[in-house]
Ligand binder design. Structure first.
Ligand code: 23J
Ligand code: MN
Length: 268
């Protein structure tokens, strides 16, 4: 099989050799899943996300002398995780919209990284607009179709501090995209999905935008996916990373915790 880039078998052999030599490096996009890892807090009238739980079954003891294992209880939307289109009402009638039905082809895809960390440090409610995306493209080139668009805010550095959720009486304050930016990415750039370092693909105050939670509403209504609580986006190039983001195959699942990985050119 050829792919326009040469022989695909040879490509994989060269990839394996580059992984062994460090010519290609693997960046872990995943936070460690703990009971303390912050989960999204919705307005009090709604059902809430539960934190991760882990219960020991045995640890080389009377309950199992030669083995260690745990039982875990985990929300589909806790820790670094994947949002499938069926997560939102706008995607409820789409085909293959739950995690078990996603086309595996969508689980490995190129990524672009839009660095708006400075803007997010200056404004905790920073909203990414279409103009911001176009300015990024003027510098780095057009976003390729079927890409993940990852918004770097450096918010992952706040994990373990109150600043991560940044909750106040009026709700959470954290950066995210506005509706026009998401529409542009979906309709004019045909992206696979949108990923963030924060607990949601939407801004903390995204419930007050039009439509409410525009990233969720527009992405999932168009059959696109989300990634949240990503780590190490500061270690990715603006373009050229290849992301492996495969959710658990939960029957009819709306999302899933994830071990996200990115392949990047090494030696940087
Ligand atoms: C449910 C309701 C609102 C939001 C979310 C979940 C998430 O961010 C999520 O984890 O998908 S904003
Ligand atoms: Mn989610």
């Amino acid at each position: 099989m050829t792919d326009g880039l040469g022989n695909a078998g040879d490509l994989l052999a060269r990839l394996a050799a580059n992984l062994a030599s460090g010519g290609v490096e693997i960046v872990d996009l995943t936070h460690t899943l703990t009971p303390e890892f912050p989960v999204i807090v919705l307005p009090a009238e709604f059902g809430q996300c539960q934190p991760f739980r882990m219960e020991e079954v045995s640890r080389y003891d009377a309950r199992g002398p030669g083995w260690y294992w745990n039982t875990i209880t985990v929300s589909e939307h806790a820790g670094t995780h994947f949002d499938a289109p069926a997560h939102w009402i706008s995607g409820r009638n789409l085909p293959n919209a739950t995690v078990d039905a996603l086309d595996p082809q969508t689980l490995v895809a190129p990524a672009v990284v839009l660095d708006f960390s400075a803007e997010s440090a200056a404004d905790e409610d920073f909203l990414l607009t279409r103009a911001h995306v176009e300015a990024w493209e003027a510098e780095h080139g057009a976003i390729p179709p079927r890409s993940w668009v990852l918004l770097r805010t450096d918010w992952s550095r706040h994990v373990g501090t109150p600043r991560y959720l940044n909750l106040r009486e009026d709700g959470a304050h954290s950066p995210g995209p506005d509706a026009d930016a998401v529409r542009f990415l979906v309709e004019e750039r045909n992206i696979l999905g949108f990923g963030t370092e924060t607990v949601g693909t939407d801004a903390g105050q995204g419930g007050h935008l039009d439509p409410p939670y525009p990233a969720h509403f527009i992405l999932h209504g168009a059959g696109r996916c989300g990634l949240q609580c990503l780590a190490n986006l500061d270690r990715l190039p603006p373009r050229g990373a290849l992301v492996f983001a495969a959710p658990l195959k939960i029957r009819h699942g709306s999302g899933s915790p994830l071990r996200g990985l990115a392949l990047v050119p090494g030696g940087s």
